[in-house]
Design a protein around this ligand. Structure first.
Ligand SMILES: Cc1cc2nc3c(=O)[nH]c(=O)nc-3n(C[C@H](O)[C@H](O)[C@H](O)COP(=O)(O)OP(=O)(O)OC[C@H]3O[C@@H](n4cnc5c(N)ncnc54)[C@H](O)[C@@H]3O)c2cc1C
Length: 425
C-alpha cells in the first residue's frame, strides 16, 4: 500500500469512481460524505431507469456536451463501452434500448451501487458519512462539520466531487461555490439544466396537465442564430412543460430567457406529415365536424386542444392556418423551473481555473470533478458518463503525481482529526 493518502469529498458517481481508480492502485482513500448514506442522487437517477450512458458513435456522443473539447480526453478514457465493461466486472449486465440509450438490465442503480461499495470496501476505501465539508483552514487543511464537532483533516491530495445544486435534498447544495469563489477560483453561476419551463396555459388546458405530447419535434433559435432541434415527448404541467423534448433544448432556451426574459419554442405537432399533405387532409371537409377532420389528419385530443388554445374559433376551419399552426406551433416560455427541481446543473468551476489534470490552479493538490465542473449536457446518459469519466481522470492525474512523487504533503500526520466544538460561522 502506498503511503500517500487521498481524501475524496462527495460520494456520488464522480467521487466513488475516483475512489475506485485510486484504491485499485493501492492508494489509501477516505471518502467524506455530507449525507447519512452515499450516492443518493445516483439512486434517484435509478428510479427513472438509470440511463447510464449512450451507444451512439463517440464523435456524436462527444458533441452532446457544450465543453466537448475539454471533456474529450476524459470521455475517451472512459467511454460507453468501458462503462459497460466496468458494470459487467461488478456482475451487472446492461442493454442498449431502442433509442440507443444504455441501461443496467435491472433498470436500477441500487444493485450496482451495492456491489460497487462492497468492492471499494474490500480494497480498503473508508467512507465517512455525516461529514459536511465547510472549506479550508488557513493552513489549507479540510474542515468538516460532524455531530461531534469540527474535524480537521490534512491529506496529501483532495478530490472535490460535490455535485451541482439540483435536488439539494439529496446532498449537493452548491455551497462550495461561495467557498471556492472566496479563494478566487473562477466559477460560472450554477443554473438549472434539463429542467421544465413555465408556460401560461388557459383554464381550458387544465384537463391535459400530466398528459404526454407524443411524437413531436421542436426547435429553438439560439442567440447566435443556430437552430437547435429535438424530437421526443413532452408533458404538460400546471406550471408549463417538461420532458425529454424540452430538456434537450434547455441550454438554448435558458440562454434566451436569461437574455430576453422569455423564450420562443416552436413545435411541429405532426413531424411525419408535410404541410402540403396536411393542407389537403384538412381541406377534405364534406359534412364532417372539425373534430373528425382534425382527428383524421392525425391530431390526437391533446394536439387538437393545443390548436384550439392557439387559434381563435373563426380560424378553426381555415385549413392553411391550421396546417401552418400544426407545423410551427409557437410556445412562449416565460421562465425556468427552479434549480432545486432541475435534473442537472449548468455552470460550475471554469476550465481556466483548473490545470489539464483538473487540479485547481491556485489551490495545490485539490482537484475538481463531476457535475461541479462547468459543463452541460442533455439527459441520455451523458451526465453520468461525464461524472464517472472526470472522476477517473482526476484520480489518474493524482496517480501520475503520486507515482512520480509529485505530491508534496504539507503535513506529516493525516489523522490530525482534531475535534472542536461545532463551528458556527
Ligand atoms: C431525478 C434525477 C434523475 C437523473 N437521471 C439521470 C440519468 O438517468 N442519467 C444520467 O446520466 N444522469 C441522470 N441524472 C444526473 C446524475 O445523477 C448527476 O449528473 C450525477 O449524479 C452527478 O454526479 P456527481 O458525483 O458529480 O454529483 P452528485 O451525484 O450530486 O454527488 C455529489 C455528492 O457530494 C455530496 N456533497 C455535496 N456537498 C457536500 C459537502 N459540503 N460535504 C460533503 N459532501 C457533500 C453530496 O451529498 C453527494 O453525495 C439524474 C439526476 C436527477 C436529479
Amino acid at each position: 500500500m502506498n503511503s500517500k493518502r487521498v481524501v475524496i469529498i462527495g460520494a456520488g458517481p464522480a467521487g466513488l469512481m475516483a475512489a475506485d481508480v485510486l484504491s485499485a492502485q493501492g492508494i489509501s482513500v477516505d471518502v467524506y460524505e455530507a449525507k447519512p448514506s452515499v450516492g443518493r442522487k445516483f439512486l434517484m437517477a435509478g428510479k427513472g431507469g438509470l440511463n447510464i450512458t449512450h451507444s451512439e458513435p463517440s464523435s456524436d456522443f462527444i458533441r452532446r456536451y457544450d465543453q466537448s473539447d475539454w471533456l474529450k480526453p476524459m470521455l475517451e478514457e472512459f467511454d460507453a463501452q468501458k462503462i459497460r465493461a466496468w458494470m459487467e466486472s461488478l456482475g451487472v449486465s446492461s442493454f442498449i434500448g431502442t433509442s440507443g440509450r444504455i441501461f443496467p438490465t435491472e433498470m436500477k442503480a441500487a444493485p450496482l451501487l451495492r456491489r460497487w461499495l462492497s468492492d471499494l470496501k474490500k480494497r480498503g476505501v473508508k467512507v465517512h458519512c455525516n461529514h459536511y465539508w465547510e472549506g479550508f483552514t488557513p493552513e489549507g487543511n479540510l474542515r468538516f462539520a460532524t455531530a461531534e464537532g469540527e474535524k480537521i483533516i490534512a491529506p496529501d491530495a483532495t478530490i472535490l466531487a460535490l455535485g451541482g445544486a439540483s435536488w439539494p435534498r439529496l446532498g449537493s447544495d452548491g455551497a462550495w461555490v461561495s467557498i471556492l469563489s472566496a479563494m478566487d477560483v473562477a466559477i460560472n453561476p450554477l443554473l438549472p439544466s434539463n429542467c421544465g419551463f413555465k408556460v401560461t396555459w388557459s383554464n381550458y388546458m387544465h384537463p391535459y396537465f400530466g398528459k404526454p405530447l407524443k411524437n413531436v419535434s421542436a426547435w429553438v433559435k439560439s442567440n447566435d442564430g443556430e437552430i437547435h432541434k429535438n424530437s421526443s415527448e413532452a408533458v404538460l404541467t400546471t406550471y408549463g412543460i417538461e420532458g425529454g423534448l424540452i430538456y434537450a433544448l434547455s441550454r438554448p432556451l435558458r440562454e434566451e430567457i436569461l437574455s430576453f426574459g422569455t423564450a420562443n419554442l416552436y413545435i411541429d405537432l405532426l413531424p411525419n406529415v408535410s404541410e402540403a399533405k396536411l393542407l389537403s387532409l384538412l381541406t377534405q371537409t364534406g359534412k364532417q365536424s372539425i373534430n373528425n377532420i382534425w382527428r383524421k389528419a392525425g391530431l390526437d385530443d391533446l394536439k387538437a386542444t393545443l390548436i384550439r388554445e392557439l387559434l381563435p374559433k373563426e380560424s378553426w376551419s381555415n385549413a392553411s392556418c391550421v396546417a401552418a399552426s400544426i407545423k410551427k406551433y409557437p410556445l412562449k416560455l416565460t421562465g425556468m423551473q427552479p434549480i432545486e427541481e432541475a435534473i442537472s446543473t449548468a455552470g460550475g468551476v471554469k476550465r481556466e481555473a483548473l490545470t489539464e489534470d483538473l487540479m485547481i490552479r491556485n489551490v495545490p493538490n485539490v482537484f475538481c470533478t463531476g457535475e461541479m465542473l462547468d459543463w452541460d449536457a442533455p439527459t441520455g446518459g451523458y451526465l453520468l458518463t461525464a461524472s464517472f469519466a472526470s472522476g477517473r481522470f482526476a484520480a489518474n492525474a493524482i496517480l501520475k503525481s503520486v507515482l512520480n512523487d509529485g505530491i508534496h504533503p504539507r503535513h506529516n500526520d493525516f489523522e490530525t482529526q482534531q475535534t472542536h466544538p461545532k463551528h458556527v460561522d
